[in-house]
Design a protein around this ligand. Sequence first.
Ligand SMILES: Nc1ncnc2c1ncn2[C@@H]1O[C@H](COP(=O)(O)OP(=O)(O)OP(=O)(O)O)[C@@H](O)[C@H]1O
Ligand SMILES: [Mg+2]
Length: 340
Amino acid sequence: MTKNDDVRENESGRPSHVEIDGVRLKLAQPFSSPGQWIGQREILSQLLACWISLDEADLPLTPRLVGSPGVGKTQLAIAAALAQQRPLYIYQCTADTRPEDLLVTPVLSQHGEISYHASPLVTAMVCGGVCVLDEGNRMNEKSWASLAPLLDNRRYVESIVAGITIHADREFRAAVTMNQDESTFEIPDYIMSRLQPTLSVGFPSKQDEMAILQYHLPFAEPEMLAMTVEFLQRSHELKLDFSPRDGINLLRFALKRIAQDPTHPVGRDQAWQEALEKCLGDEAVDLESLAQRRRRTLGGDAVPLGLADLFFDPDDPMHPDRDELDQIDDLDDDDDDIEY
Ligand SMILES: Nc1ncnc2c1ncn2[C@@H]1O[C@H](COP(=O)(O)OP(=O)(O)OP(=O)(O)O)[C@@H](O)[C@H]1O
Ligand SMILES: [Mg+2]
């Protein structure tokens, strides 16, 4: 807690208000939930290393956590904050996030007075907690610009709305998670250079994936868990984006369908297949074909485009190079392909 702040605590012992330069700020509540990180110890250590302070003059780093949707970026940040026993505040960034939403928001109270509410980020700064800026690249440049001084050695933000400068406590730490999809903004380089290092969260190994599913669905039968892990691992091998979150959702739905009518229980396989289709779409039923289609669209190891490709679909029987394409597909197909 910064020295010159006047702090009020609520019944839970957590500060509820703080006064900075004569302006009273209502603080946000920390996020509390059990957040265990399973497997991949290295990336957890890397994240914790970013937050170490070696000396009075040393500054912590604010890393960006990147990886496919549902791979565990937010979970990793939550687990790191819990491991350090620091209060955790999560700010969900969106395309509509304005600088004042990130910092201090004026709220009209019942008696017509204005009260100032500190965001989870400002609360973490004041209380010496961890702030996870979740899905940071959904936020536009203007909002990022308001954080530039916080993310370098100045460690403060300026709230235009409240007319105050808020300094971060020495214990304040932050991390940003980022998604790689089309609905995100390009973050400017001067901000990217303040969000270092980049820690890339990868898909879990088979054992870890089993442990993750078991942790979230401890009541699932081993047979159902195994089917789901098998599916996820095959999709990781094929470089498809199905994630632990997809596995958890699909298994959850399958288990609910089985439990729905105890007199006519839906068969396990049938329920699992149905959940696969309903949660992940028809295309997830045949992973091999999906992977092949993706490779072709991405142009990765696909055949270079010829003139005929401009006029014919690769599967079109009229395609002049069809025989060649079929041969390439045959080479791609492993003997041990599994169809789900
Ligand atoms: N290593 C892990 N240990 C425990 N749970 C995990 C792990 N990896 C993933 N999960 C679980 O998988 C689900 C998805 O994780 P999370 O929400 O952190 O993904 P994300 O990468 O942040 O996704 P998004 O990009 O959509 O925000 C959560 O329920 C999370 O608890
Ligand atoms: Mg997330």
